[in-house]
Each structure stands twice: as C-alpha cells, then as structure tokens.
Design a protein around this ligand. Structure first.
Ligand code: NAD
Length: 339
C-alpha cells in the first residue's frame, strides 16, 4: 500500500533541494508541507519550487499535526536540538549527516530517541549510490573476504565557510570523516577499532578547523586501510555526477575492487577484469544515491526495515570521529570507545 506522508523541511539550502527533487521522483505521493529556515529568502525560494508554506519558527513546524515527517537539513550545530524536538513531537526523522558536532551530543540524542523511538535515519548517502550497491553485490557474489583498503574523499573547497567553523561545521573530521567512517564500517561489515590520524590546513585560514586529514584505520575484523580526505579537488574531476569524489579500493584474495562511489566500479579476479558504470540517469539525485535514500526511507516508514544508516550506526561514526580527534591531539594510535 502506498503511504502518504506530509514532509516539513528544517533548513532549506542546497541539500534540502536535492532531497525534495528525490522525493518528487521516488515518492510522488508524498506532499511537501513547507519549511523553516533562519534565512527567510532561502525558505521562500524552496516553497516557491516545492509548494507548502513558510513556517516562522521550528516550533511552529514541529507542532503542525498535519506534518508527520521532517527532513533536518541545517548546519551541524542544530542537528541534535532539532532532532530531539522532532522526537518529542513524534515525527519521523531524516537527519542529514553528521548526527552532531561531537560524540557526547550524539549520545545525548540517542538517549532521547530511546525514550521516544520514532523512525529515524541519518543521511549517509554513499551507502546507497548505484556503484556502491553494485560493489556490495559483487563482494557478496564473489564471497570476497576483504583484507585491506584504500579510500579517498576529495571535495571542492567548502570548508572555508560554516563547514570549517568549529561552532557550526567542525572541519574535515566531522564533515568528511564521519561520512567515510560510516562507509568503511558498512562496506567492510565491522566496527572500526583503532585509528591514527593527523590533520592539515591546506589553503585554509588557521582560525578555521583543518580541511585535510590522513588517517590509518584498523577494524575489529582485522581489515586495515588508509584514508585521505580534503577539499582541494576540482569540479569537473570530483563533483560531476560520474566523478571521483570518493574512491574506494578493496583488496581481497578473491579480487580487487575499485569504485568511484558516484561512478564506475572496476574489479579484477583471477578470471576477469571488469569495468561497469551502473545504468541510469546521470544526475546528482541518482548517481549520488539520494533517490535510493528517498525510496529506502519510504520503506523504513512502511516496514521499519532499512539499509540506510540508523541513528545507532551514525552515533558509532561520531565515536570514530572523537577517537580521530584524540589521535590528532595526542599523536598516537587511539582505540575507539563505543558507548
Ligand atoms: N549527504 C551529503 O552528501 C551532503 C552533501 C551536502 C551537505 N550535506 C549536509 O546537509 C546539511 C546542510 O548542508 P547544505 O549543503 O544544504 O548547507 P546550506 O548552507 O546550503 O544549507 C543549510 C541551510 O540551513 C539553514 N540553517 C542553518 N542553521 C539553521 C538553524 N539553526 N535553523 C534553521 N535553518 C538553519 C541555512 O540558512 C541554510 O539555508 C549539513 O548537515 C551537511 O553536512 C550532506
């Protein structure tokens, strides 16, 4: 049975528009009820495209009983407060990543959610891009047992704004690190156990958080790997829908698998070397997994079953970020402590 939902957007910037486009395609029976944004003009533009009304406060939106589901797409500093309020108002929640600026706040939200456990997902979209889904399928099909990996995330400059501010965004380990730690644990099917990290300011003002990190990672299942993240890429190579923003190589006896999370999968086994670009449209909503997120979120609301990121899993990613920060401060390997 098709479930109808009425959606309120909290934060109506860039990613909110991508989610609204994805909802229109994947869940056309859903209705966008409107939004709230601290910048009134952002909300006006959003509502002029997707319909619905401009709410004057987050409270007004959350108290609207006709809205059953919220997408929280604000800066990172408001994720915990808004999610807690949404839980208390019984809304279904899609929260953009990361859960929080730090692990303590992430755990606080988890505690609040456990008292009011509404359907909740966190937007780690890379889990469900078409090429990552194909990677998962091939790893299963070949019964591959990963031993090591190499992972890069390269954005275009974005941490010179709020994302690099410790009060609002948190810099590289929060913005990109949380994404990658979730992807590593998800694909390699094991919690991260130990981490050794360092950070750099690459063409980044020193009053902001670093925009680059090099990280060594060990997982509980014995897999080890390296991770490089920064925002010094360029649009054509890294950002276009088929591009190489995230490149993940997995080594196993059964084969080597190399995937651009938004583009091509290549793998080599003893029998063959294969290169595949999953079929489908070449827009960001599809290639970056947002359409799959929308359909998976719909499944979660209908059946409580999902392969997108749960709140517990996203809180685990925050624990790894915390360990990475400690490693940077103390210049040593740090064990990840999960609460
Ligand atoms: N999953 C992904 O690949 C991906 C990609 C980009 C951004 N994001 C995440 O999406 C979120 C938003 O990022 P964006 O790129 O859309 O940023 P953005 O700056 O384009 O939009 C954020 C919007 O939130 C509004 N806002 C900020 N604080 C607010 C508050 N307290 N209350 C109400 N509105 C508030 C801003 O005015 C702005 O319109 C972040 O969590 C970011 O990390 C995820």
């Amino acid at each position: 049975m098709v479930m109808k939902h009425r959606i309120g957007f909290i934060g109506t910037g860039e990613i909110a528009i991508i989610h609204a486009n994805s909802i229109r395609i994947e869940n056309p029976e859903w209705e966008i009820a409107g939004g709230y944004d601290v910048i009134d003009s952002a909300c006006r533009i959003f509502c002029s495209i997707y319909g619905g009304r401009i709410y004057q406060s987050v409270e007004a939106l959350l108290q609207d009983q006709t809205i059953d589901t919220v997408y929280i797409c604000t800066r990172h500093d408001s994720h915990v407060t808004y999610s807690e309020e949404a839980c208390k108002n019984g809304k279904n929640i899609f929260l953009e990543k990361p859960v929080a600026l730090n692990y303590e706040d992430a755990r606080k939200l988890l505690k609040c959610w456990k008292q009011r456990p509404v359907p909740f997902t966190v937007g780690y979209n890379m889990r469900v891009t078409p090429s990552i889904l194909l990677l998962k399928e091939k790893l299963e099909e070949h019964n591959a047992k990963p031993e090591a990996f190499r992972l890069n995330m390269t954005g275009t400059p974005f941490m010179q704004g709020w994302a690099g501010d410790e009060r609002y965004g948190g810099g590289v380990l929060v913005c990109q690190g949380s994404h990658m730690f979730d992807l590593i644990a998800h694909i390699l099917k094991s919690p991260i156990s130990e981490i050794c990290a360092d950070t750099q300011w690459l063409h980044q003002p020193k009053e902001l958080e670093p925009n680059s990190a090099i990280v060594l990672v060990k997982l509980e299942n014995g897999v080890c790997g390296t991770l490089l993240m920064h925002d010094r890429g360029n649009k054509s190579y890294h950002i276009e829908p088929g591009g190489g923003m995230i490149n993940f190589t997995i080594y196993s006896e059964q084969g080597t698998y190399d995937v651009d999370a938004y583009g091509r999968l290549r793998y080599g086994t003893n029998d063959e070397l294969v290169s595949i670009i999953p079929s489908g449209q070449n827009d960001i909503e599809y290639r970056w997994g947002y359409r799959n997120e929308a359909s998976q979120f719909s499944k979660l609301l209908a059946s409580q079953v999902t392969s997108i990121c749960t709140l517990d899993e996203a809180v685990n990613a925050a624990a790894v970020v915390e360990a990475a920060k400690k490693s940077v401060r103390e210049h040593r390997w740090v064990s990840v402590v999960y609460g």
